[in-house]
Design a protein. Structure first.
Length: 404
């Protein structure tokens, strides 16, 4: 077959596809030899050698060490050049902004955190974003120009029809209709924005409990109660970006909440959000309820109950809470019929397998579909990890494209 450029006999598109396959294998497996890359890709040794030489000349791979401890001569190993590009992510909450920078391999190389100014502190959102990003960039020993792309995760969602943040009245300063234009003018790199729970789902799909699943729901319970919907392998965001805002869902067992966006709460949030756990524990006569933020108190109570699930009051706490969670989930799975439900956020993961089993049992009695429930695997800064994974995915598509 005649080629159009580069290696004789290899069409440009096919060559680029082989290059990308090899780069993805190096990301997945770490350093590999020419022989191993040839076996994994099905390429001949000469073609694999040409491929690696081409990628090395382009600065995309580096020769790094040799194989040891095997019969025969040591073989040269190759790895993706980690410094070929960097991506950044931000996780924004009413309490703080957390920023991180990762190299192209996904390794976090810089991290920074700033408190979010209160409603009475006139620090512009653009400055909050750039200060957090600059802190992470500085911690990585880089400059802003080294960052290829940024993804910002927030509660709620920016309405694609208006460009305004919706479903997050508790995030002061982020609702200006000109905010996205102001950020675009201040940032030297392309940026995207995404709902925080959607980013957690992306992290679980790429790295955690939802790997190899194209239809799943992620239920998140931490500062707020929300869901992410992945259908046919793609995030479903809805017409205004509000798909998955299940905290507003009216459910049995709690009074109707009206004007839900102004209240920033709804029936399911009141029934089963993290703030309900300490209140439920008091009603059940459980003592030594932790002080401090309700998210931390809820996590501590659920962890304590899961460690002694046969103790009477702890068992009642877990069972009652599981019923409340399943009440809202039943509506969700009845409409979507997902293959899998991932439980994430400390208001769920702290209960571990004990709580998961109880929710699974309750859900099977309340809904006709019976998806499998699993506890999420990505526990450390999952929103931020999802933001980095999103930014890295686009960055790799651009940087690894050798067809141009």
């Amino acid at each position: 077959m005649a080629g159009t450029a580069g290696t004789p006999g290899t069409p440009r598109v096919l060559r680029a596809m082989n290059d990308r396959t090899a780069l993805d294998l190096l990301l997945e497996h770490g350093p590999l030899s020419r022989t191993r890359i040839g076996k994994l890709t099905g390429l001949s040794k000469p073609t694999a050698s040409q491929l690696l030489a081409r990628l090395e000349a382009a600065g995309l791979v580096l020769a790094t060490g040799t194989t040891e401890g095997r019969p025969g001569p040591n073989a040269q190993l190759y790895e993706v050049n980690p410094s070929v590009a960097h991506a950044a992510g931000l996780d924004v909450t009413p309490q703080r902004i957390r920023a991180a920078v990762a190299d192209i391999t996904g390794r976090t190389v810089g991290h920074h955190e700033l408190p979010t100014p209160g409603r009475r502190t006139a620090v512009p959102v653009v400055q909050q974003v750039t200060d957090a990003l600059d802190g992470a960039v500085k911690a990585a020993g880089l400059s802003r120009s080294d960052v290829h792309r940024l993804v910002i995760g927030t509660p709620g969602a920016f309405d694609p029809n208006t460009g305004r943040l919706r479903y997050a009245s508790h995030l002061p300063g982020w609702h200006s209709p000109t905010l996205l234009d102001e950020l675009a003018a201040a940032l030297p790199m392309p940026f995207e924005y995404e709902n925080d729970v959607n980013l957690v789902a992306l992290a679980e799909q790429r790295l955690g409990a939802a790997r190899d699943h194209s239809d799943f729901v992620l239920l998140w319970n931490q500062e707020g109660l929300g869901a992410a919907l992945v259908l046919g392998g793609r995030l479903h965001r809805g017409w205004t970006g509000g798909a998955g805002e299940v905290g507003f869902l009216p459910v049995p067992g709690t009074p109707l909440v009206r004007q839900v966006t102004k209240a920033n709460s709804g029936g399911f949030q009141e029934l089963a959000g993290s703030q309900a756990v300490p209140r439920l524990a008091r009603e059940l006569g459980i003592g030594n309820i932790p002080q401090g933020p309700y998210t931390e108190a809820a996590a501590a109570l659920l962890e304590r109950a899961a460690a002694a699930p046969d103790e009477g009051s702890h068992r009642r706490l877990l069972q009652t809470y599981a019923t409340r969670l399943a009440t809202g989930l039943a509506s969700l799975v009845s409409v979507l019929d997902p293959e899998l439900v991932v439980l994430s956020g400390t208001g769920l993961t702290s209960g571990g397998e004990v709580l998961r089993t109880l929710v699974q049992s309750e859900l099977e009695e309340l809904a006709a579909p019976r998806p499998r429930l699993v506890v999420g695997d990505v526990r450390e800064h999952p929103v931020l990890r999802g933001a980095l994974e999103s930014a890295l995915a686009t960055t790799r598509d651009e940087v690894f494209d050798t067809s141009r």
